[in-house]
Design a protein around this ligand. Structure first.
Ligand SMILES: [Zn+2]
Length: 264
């Protein structure tokens, strides 16, 4: 599942392919923007903000921003223009951005919209400090987490208003590494700044690679402590890893993984 590190890397790849060049073709395959055509405009930059990607293009009054979100299944494919073939009837394609060198095709994006860059705040202004952003601030993230002390920590960490970039994988791994049950209330979760700092380190360590690793071992099946390991023995103590549904930001419900011995 794409989390902050994947979106950061995707935005960087899009930036490398598209920034500084004029778009030669755009194809918005979402009803609301089906007639939007941004060809001829130059892409200024592509950045990530939490799990959102923002492609900023030239245009009157400060330009426009193409906002996309990968949610659960979205991804991009970037191909050299010379060899790229974009199927016209692939129902998974939501957006095509092309220039004379590259074709970037967004599949299964859960959100595709164009807004004035000056109004980006309406899209991402609610987000807490971005774990991989220039404004990262662990103390501020801790302050936001602490504002709702009775909430289970596993739920609070997924709330992008507290800190932006964590999904199900890092939530599970982070809480294992800190020895905290995802069901413990925030007020009883210990040092919140240390939790936020560790989240930052995990995403930083993984942002340049395709496989997310928290154990230090990238071998297949060895990458994670608890995520995706329900019923398997804990790598540290041998206890069976447990799993259960835990609500995330409404309306989603996400699955938690934890070791009941290591994470009391
Ligand atoms: Zn254990």
């Amino acid at each position: 599942m794409p989390e902050g590190d994947v979106v950061w890397r995707t935005a960087r790849q899009l930036h490398t392919a598209l920034a500084g060049q004029a778009l030669t073709r755009t194809d918005f395959r979402v009803p609301r923007f089906a007639t939007t055509d941004l060809s001829g405009r130059t892409v200024r930059e592509v950045v990530s903000r939490g799990k959102h990607a923002l492609a900023r293009v030239d245009g009157g009054n400060g330009g426009l921003t193409i906002h996309t979100h990968l949610r659960m299944d979205g991804y991009w494919r970037i191909r050299p223009a010379a060899t790229a073939v974009v199927p016209s009837h692939d129902h998974r394609i939501r957006l095509v951005l092309a220039n004379s060198d590259w074709h970037a095709v967004g599949y299964l994006l859960s959100m595709v919209e164009v807004v004035p860059t000056a109004r980006e705040n309406a899209i991402v202004g609610h987000l807490g400090p971005d774990l991989l952003g220039p404004d990262w601030d662990a103390a501020e993230a801790a302050r936001r987490l602490a504002a709702n002390p009775a909430r289970p920590i596993g739920e609070a960490l997924l709330d992008q208003r507290n800190l932006a970039g964590i999904g199900n994988f890092y939530r599970a791994e982070l809480l294992f590494l800190r020895g905290i049950s995802p069901w413990r209330p925030v007020s009883d979760a210990g040092d919140l700044t240390a939790i936020a700092d560790l989240a930052k380190r995990l995403l930083e360590a993984n942002k340049d690679r395709a496989v997310q690793v928290t154990t230090g071992n990238p071998a297949p099946g060895q990458e994670a402590w608890v995520y995706g390991r329900a019923g398997r023995p804990c790598r540290r103590c041998g206890t069976r890893i447990r799993t259960d549904r835990q609500s995330g930001p409404a309306p989603t419900v996400r699955i938690s993984f934890w070791c009941p011995s290591c994470q009391p």
